[in-house]
Ligand binder design. Structure first.
Ligand code: LER
Ligand code: MN
Length: 282
């Protein structure tokens, strides 16, 4: 298991949901705090200067965990389920460029609120539009080794795919090997019957997890039982990224530090236990 933290660039809108802002300043900060990677919250692939990013990552021995796309929706209202075919085409162009970038950085592209709303249509109609766009993008991403990860998001932010269970049902309909889920503990705490057991039950569909506490502060600052959740993930053999996506409160540096101090020892213990099991198996 590796630990990452969500980052956007300095010009990102306030609606960009990240802990840190500014790649140049915050990638070294993430490394100093002990994170293994950074999740890049982008609106467009051309926000990234590939050479500069690679140098920053190399200097700080960090990886990109994933490219997240909340701003594609938040900034321009673009979505997979738009009734307008031209708008759906626009989303596809943006996503193809993000997939190209992810080929060398993280190999994961998230689909959060950009999946879109159901609105006043039937769920079937929204689903059909989503599935067609998702299948086309998955087929584009597959030869590049990139996986798309759909994030169930709570009902107060979106009306389509709120629970992990709903996400799993949709995954089955998309039916592509590189279409997986990205549960977020904050949303799960609102929408799902359980957290740890639900993650374990659907582990084959889960490729990445957003970590936040119940109040969307740093893990340890609310009432989620992280040890219990990690025990379930351990039993289910999860070996992917967990990424910190929380409110930058009381301020970004403190929130990042609280997250690292609370989770790094738990992740270390998790990985040591996994190594012990691997030795026993061999
Ligand atoms: C994005 O990862 C997310 O969790 C959303 O709630 C942002 O609004
Ligand atoms: Mn999230």
């Amino acid at each position: 298991m590796k630990l990452s933290i969500a980052i956007a660039d300095t010009h990102a809108l306030p609606s960009a949901f990240v802990v840190f802002r500014g790649f140049n300043e915050c990638i070294p900060k993430a490394a100093r705090l002990g994170f293994n990677g950074v999740e890049l919250a982008l609106k467009r692939a051309d926000e990234i200067n590939i050479q500069q990013l690679q140098t920053l990552l190399d200097e700080n021995q960090l990886e990109v965990s994933c490219i997240s796309t909340g701003q594609v929706y938040a900034d321009e209202g673009l979505m997979f389920t738009d009734a307008d075919a031209g708008k759906r085409e626009q989303v596809k162009v943006i996503f193809r460029e993000l997939i190209d970038l992810a080929e060398n950085f993280g190999q994961l592209v998230n689909i959060g609120r950009v999946r879109g709303q159901i609105g006043n249509r039937s769920k079937d109609e929204a689903e059909k539009l989503f599935i067609a766009v998702a299948q086309e993008l998955c087929d584009y991403a597959h030869p590049k080794g990139v996986t798309l990860i759909l994030e169930p998001v709570n009902r107060y932010e979106i009306d389509f795919i709120n629970s992990v269970e709903e996400g799993v049902e949709l995954m089955k309909k998309v039916n592509r090997p590189n279409m997986k889920l990205m549960p977020d503990l904050f949303h799960m705490n609102i929408e799902d019957r359980t957290i740890g057991p639900e993650l374990a039950k659907h582990i084959h569909f889960i490729k990445y997890i957003h970590f936040a506490d119940s109040n969307r502060l740093a893990p340890g600052q609310g009432h989620l039982d992280f040890q219990k959740i990690l025990n379930e993930l351990f039993k289910a053999n999860y070996d992917g990224w967990v990424s910190i996506e929380i409110l930058p409160k009381p301020d970004a540096d403190t929130a990042a530090q609280q997250s690292a101090e609370f989770l790094l020892p738990l992740v270390k213990e998790y990985n040591e236990k996994r190594e012990e099991v691997n030795v026993l198996i061999k």
